[in-house]
Write a protein that binds this ligand. Structure first.
Ligand code: 4AD
Ligand code: MG
Length: 482
């Protein structure tokens, strides 16, 4: 017996017409005790199974319910009915799994509106819905396209550690890693926690970014990237933040800020084009859902473009490149700021931009993805390269409609003395990061890189609105179920 996925079969069936074949999947619907819509997860499309109930035990027919898992053998024929090209005339049906499907049907498969929250509490079951099937197939394709882009451009994939002693972003938002007995934490003579007795003999945490490690690889391999989970203990309960998320971080020797922006733009466009090309059925489904969602909103809040249209236009448009200083001018002079419409009014140069400001620039002012660059050094991380003006650093953020910041990056400070001075000024532990500083002593080169939050890109591409719905098992404050 040759096992084929439904995707494969629907795409290429000519040779198998009028042969007996076997398929396996889950029942999505069973109409009139005669037509089974069978889905095996390989595509959003179902395969129709035609059941002539005279030929089967009543018992079997009775037990075919929504979500039942089946193995079906029968003749593959061109479909007489509308809506599908082929169907299988069942000869043998085997029910594979026990099924309490009434329960599943009510909670997961036929959810009422506004039930994405309910589904989050059933995250182990939500894969079985059309919506989450589509979202996670797209997420998988996005991840594949990311590797493909870097591979085609001669980057090497570096696996950076998850356990680290370094706070790469200097924001102090790390989850501690320890195997101390928490009831009996050893203390030294000063009464401080004695980390020397801990597993690694020092204070360690889960990493917030693989950047510092991947930079060391860049110094020998030239073009590298890391792609893995990162962890942040920031207490932001928003639709854009997770405590565990996946980050893609390329790092390129001899690149300056402009090269870095070019790379980010090419990279995003490649991945989005790849998804447009390779996830057509899922995107069509998500596009319809997106349009339905828009209808529920007041007219002024509706998206101007459909989902697929939006993705196509991002691929076509050249991203607007705007300095932080210009952006502040625009914000200071905006009606929104003058009329007190922002929750955080912009008062002067130096202000940190909030997502409301980013979204104003992208959605209202430029109506295009925007790359902001040259930020004040005080509001950015220690490793960013100091500009000639002594006030700004060669930072860049890519801002997307509906999302805000999707990428953050910079040209790095490659000058040993300047880096050391900046670390001291910003209270970054130069003893802990001795190895990072060391890289600037031997053959240091200008270089640049960035970090893309995978989930934010998946949000954008799928048109979903809550980041917890685009990662299989979300971790956020007070949530670590499953
Ligand atoms: O801007 P961030 O903090 O940059 C870095 O971590 C750098 N080390 C990257 C680099 O230059 N190699 O984070 C990068 C991106 C953000 O633009 C955002 O898309 C995403 O990571 N991100 C989050 N996504 C989900 N939940 C969170 N809590 C996130 N924090 C950042
Ligand atoms: Mg950032």
């Amino acid at each position: 017996m040759e096992k084929r996925t439904i995707k494969d079969l629907l795409g290429n069936y000519k040779k198998q017409l009028h042969h007996d074949i076997t398929v396996q999947g889950w029942v999505r619907a069973f109409r009139s005790n005669r037509f089974i819509a069978l889905n095996d997860g390989s595509t959003i499309d179902n395969l129709q199974i035609v059941v002539d109930f005279d030929k089967f035990d009543e018992e079997i027919i009775k037990n075919i319910k929504t979500a039942s898992s089946l193995k079906v053998t029968g003749e593959l024929v061109e479909s007489q009915g509308q809506g599908q090209s082929i169907e299988i005339i069942a000869k043998k049906i085997q029910i594979l799994g026990d099924n309490f499907s009434e329960q599943l049907e009510k909670t997961v498969l036929q959810p009422k509106k506004h039930s994405l929250e309910v589904l989050r509490e059933q995250a182990h079951l939500r894969f079985r819905t059309n919506l989450f099937g589509a979202v996670f197939r797209v997420r998988s394709t996005v991840s594949f396209a990311i590797h493909q882009f870097f591979n085609q451009n001669h980057f090497f994939y570096i696996h950076t550690p998850l356990i680290t002693g370094a706070d790469a972003e200097g924001a102090g938002e790390m989850f501690r890693v320890t195997n101390f007995d928490l009831n009996q934490i050893p203390r030294d003579e000063n009464g401080d926690i004695d980390f020397e007795q801990d597993f690694f003999g020092k204070k360690t945490s889960l990493t917030v970014s693989g950047q510092l490690n991947v930079e060391t690889a860049m110094m020998g391999l030239g073009r590298v990237y890391t792609f893995g989970p990162t962890f942040r203990a920031e207490n932001s309960n928003t639709t854009r933040h997770l405590a565990e998320f996946w980050m893609v971080e390329p790092e390129v020797a001899f690149n300056n800020l402009e090269d870095n922006i070019d790379l980010a733009e090419d990279f995003l466009k490649y991945v989005i084009s790849y998804v447009l090309e390779n996830c057509k059925e899922d995107l069509e489904f998500l596009d319809k859902r997106f349009a339905e969602e828009q209808k529920q909103k007041p007219e002024k809040d509706r998206a101007k473009e459909g989902l697929i249209e939006k993705l196509q236009s991002v691929v076509k448009k050249r991203f607007k490149r705007v300095s932080y200083t210009e952006a502040i001018e625009i914000l200071l002079n905006s009606k929104e700021n003058k009329k007190g419409k922002f929750q955080f009014p912009i008062e002067e140069w130096g202000a940190d931009l909030q997502s409301e400001h980013e979204r104003f620039l992208v959605e209202k002012y430029f109506e295009s993805p925007v790359v902001l660059f040259d930020y004040p050094k005080e509001i950015k991380a220690f490793y960013m390269r100091l500009n000639e003006d002594g006030k700004t650093v060669s930072a860049m953020d890519v801002l997307f409609p509906g999302i805000g910041e999707i990428i953050g990056g910079s040209q790095r400070e490659e000058r040993y003395d300047v880096l050391k001075e900046k670390m001291n000024a910003m209270h970054v532990d130069t003893k802990e990061l001795w190895w990072y500083l060391d890289t600037r002593k031997f053959g240091s080169v200008p270089h640049a890189g960035f970090g893309l939050g995978l989930e934010r890109l998946v949000l954008f591409v799928t048109g979903m609105t809550n980041i917890r719905d685009v990662i299989p098992f979300p971790r956020s404050p007070k949530t670590a179920e499953f």
